[in-house]
Ligand binder design. Structure first.
Ligand SMILES: *[C@@H]1O[C@H](CO)[C@@H](O)[C@H](O)[C@H]1NC(C)=O
Ligand SMILES: *[C@@H]1O[C@H](CO)[C@@H](O)[C@H](O)[C@H]1NC(C)=O
Ligand SMILES: *[C@@H]1O[C@H](CO)[C@@H](O)[C@H](O)[C@H]1NC(C)=O
Ligand SMILES: *[C@@H]1O[C@H](CO)[C@@H](O)[C@H](O)[C@H]1NC(C)=O
Ligand SMILES: *[C@@H]1O[C@H](CO)[C@@H](O)[C@H](O)[C@H]1NC(C)=O
Ligand SMILES: *[C@@H]1O[C@H](CO)[C@@H](O)[C@H](O)[C@H]1NC(C)=O
Length: 404
C-alpha cells in the first residue's frame, strides 16, 4: 500500500509542485492586494482616532434587570475589592452591563476572599505593604496620573494582571475623554461669536511647577504674546460660569498644556476645549492626531521655536478664515469627558466584569510592572528635583526640548 502511494505521489509530484506553487503565489498576491486595499481604505476613510474610539466599549441601551439577592449567594458572582478607600468607584454598580454578575466591595479585610483587587496607585500602591496574593486572584492597577506623578514600583513584579489607565496598551483604556462622531453632521456657525472675541490666549493652571516645565514655556511665549493665566498660578480661580463664558466668548485660544510629556497622556485640558468655541493649543507627549481631527487644534510641537508659534497666531489674527477653519470638524464631532464617577466609567467596568467571568481567555501577568509603567531607569526616576529626573527618563515620558 505504502509503496503504491509513494509512487503515485512521485509520478504527479512535478505537476503538483507547479500547481501548488502557482496557487500559493496567486493566493499571496491576491491576499497582499486585498490587505493593501483594506489598509488604504481604513486609513483614508475611517478617521484617525478609531483606535481610541473602538477600544472604548459601549453598554447596550437595553436595561438589563439588576442583580437580585439570591444571585449574590451564587458563586458565579465575582467580587471586586477596591483596596483601601477613599476610592471614588463606590457608587458604581453593574446594572446595564451585558455581564452584570459582579460586585464592588470596599469593606476592609475583604481582600483575601475577593476574586479581584483593584489597586489605586495613589492610595495603596506603595512598595512596603504589598499584601500576599491568594492563588488565582486577579490584580488590577488603576491610575489617572502620568508616571512622574505616581510612585515607582520595583517590587510589583509578577503581581499585576491587568492595567486600567489612559495608556493605549492598557487592558482597560480609560482616557480623560474622547471625541464622538455625530450621528449626522451639523452646520454650526460660530462666526458671530468669533467676531465678538476680544482677547487672545488664556490658560487655567493649578500646578505651577511641572515636569513639562510649561511655566517656562509660557514665560518664553509671553515675550511675543500676552497670556492671561487663571487659576492658582495666575490671577486666581474663576467659577464655572465665568470659565464657560471666558472660553466661549472671550478668548480665541486656550493653552492645553499637560503637566508631563508622556505617552498617551492627554487630559481634560484638551478634550474639554471641544465643548467651547476656542482653539486648543496643545503641548504634551501623545500623538494628538489619534485623538483629535488634524486641523482642529494647534500643536506646539509643530513649531521649532516659541516665536514661530507666536507668528502663527499673528497670521491667524489677520486671516479670520484660517482661524475659523479650526472649527470645521466641530460639525462632525462632539466631545465627551470621562469624569471620575460617571456612568462612562461604568462602560469600562462592564468589560472588567466580563473578563472576570472569562479569566482564562484574558490571562495576563506583568512580569516587570515597573518597566511597563515607569521606565527602565528605576532609581533615577524620582529624585527630588524634576529637572534632574528628566535626564534619564526616556521610555514613556520625555523631557521638554522646546524651551527656546
Ligand atoms: C448560579 O448562576 C448560574 C448562572 O446565572 C446558574 O446557571 C446556576 O443555576 C446558579 N446556581 C445556583 C446554585 O443558584
Ligand atoms: C490574608 O491572607 C494572608 C495569607 O494567608 C494573611 O497573612 C492575612 O492576614 C489575610 N488577611 C486578611 C485581611 O484576612
Ligand atoms: C461667578 O462669579 C461671578 C463674578 O464673581 C458672579 O457674579 C457669579 O454669580 C458667580 N456664579 C456662580 C454660579 O457662582
Ligand atoms: C459654547 O457656545 C456654543 C455655541 O454657542 C454652545 O453650543 C455651547 O453649549 C457653549 N458651551 C458651554 C459650555 O456653554
Ligand atoms: C493573575 O495572576 C495569577 C498569578 O499571580 C495567575 O495565576 C492568574 O492566572 C492570573 N489571572 C489572570 C486573569 O490573568
Ligand atoms: C543619568 O545617567 C547617567 C549615566 O547612566 C548618570 O551618570 C547620571 O548621573 C544620571 N543622572 C541622573 C539625574 O540620574
Amino acid at each position: 500500500m505504502d509503496g503504491k502511494q509513494k509512487s503515485r505521489c512521485g509520478r504527479f509530484s512535478s505537476t503538483h509542485w507547479y500547481n501548488n506553487t502557482f496557487r500559493s503565489v496567486f493566493f499571496a498576491i491576491t491576499l497582499s492586494v486585498f490587505c493593501v486595499t483594506m489598509f488604504l481604505f481604513s486609513t483614508v476613510f475611517s478617521g484617525y482616532y478609531d483606535y481610541v474610539m473602538l477600544t472604548v466599549r459601549h453598554i447596550s441601551q437595553e436595561k438589563i434587570p439588576s442583580i437580585i439577592a439570591h444571585e449574590k449567594a451564587n458563586h458565579s458572582m465575582k467580587t471586586i475589592y477596591l483596596h483601601t478607600s477613599p476610592f471614588y468607584w463606590n457608587s458604581i454598580n453593574f446594572d446595564g452591563c451585558e455581564e452584570n454578575r459582579c460586585e464592588l466591595i470596599t469593606k476592609p479585610g475583604s481582600l483575601n476572599s475577593s476574586d479581584c483587587v483593584v489597586f489605586h496607585f495613589k492610595v495603596n500602591m506603595d512598595n512596603k505593604n504589598i499584601p500576599s496574593k491568594p492563588r488565582g486572584q486577579v490584580w488590577v492597577f488603576y491610575a489617572r496620573e502620568a508616571p512622574p506623578r505616581t510612585l515607582t514600583y520595583p517590587h510589583w513584579h509578577n503581581l499585576v494582571n491587568w492595567t486600567f489607565t489612559l495608556r493605549r496598551d492598557s487592558d482597560f483604556l480609560m482616557p480623560y475623554g474622547r471625541l464622538f462622531q455625530r450621528p449626522k453632521p451639523v452646520s454650526l456657525d460660530f462666526s458671530k461669536i468669533i467676531q465678538r472675541k476680544s482677547k487672545g490666549v488664556a490658560a487655567m493652571i493649578g500646578n505651577c511647577h511641572t515636569e513639562s516645565l510649561r511655566d517656562q514655556y509660557i514665560n518664553l511665549f509671553e515675550q511675543y504674546r500676552e497670556v492671561d493665566i487663571y487659576g492658582s498660578c495666575g490671577k486666581g480661580s474663576v467659577n464655572i460660569s465665568q470659565r464657560h463664558s471666558l472660553l466661549n466668548e472671550t478668548y480665541k485660544y486656550y493653552l492645553s498644556f499637560e503637566n508631563s510629556l508622556c505617552r498617551d497622556y492627554i487630559t481634560e485640558k484638551a478634550f474639554d476645549m471641544y465643548s467651547f468655541v476656542t482653539v486648543p493649543i496643545v503641548r504634551g507627549g501623545a500623538l494628538y492626531d489619534l485623538y483629535f481631527p488634524p486641523g482642529s487644534y494647534i500643536n506646539t510641537n509643530d513649531f521649532s521655536t516659541v516665536k514661530e508659534l507666536a507668528d502663527h497666531l499673528k497670521f491667524l489674527d489677520s486671516n479670520p478664515e484660517a482661524y475659523s477653519s479650526y472649527f470645521k470638524s466641530r460639525n462632525y464631532f462632539g466631545s465627551k469627558l470621562f469624569t471620575k464617577n460617571k456612568l462612562s466609567e461604568n462602560n469600562i467596568l462592564c468589560d472588567l466584569c466580563k473578563r472576570l467571568h472569562n479569566p482564562k481567555k484574558y490571562v495576563r501577568l506583568y512580569n516587570n510592572f515597573q518597566t511597563w509603567w515607569n521606565s527602565e531607569d528605576i532609581k533615577k526616576l524620582h529624585p527630588s528635583k524634576f529637572d534632574a529626573a528628566w535626564k534619564n527618563y526616556t521610555v514613556h515620558c520625555k523631557p521638554p526640548t522646546d524651551l527656546h
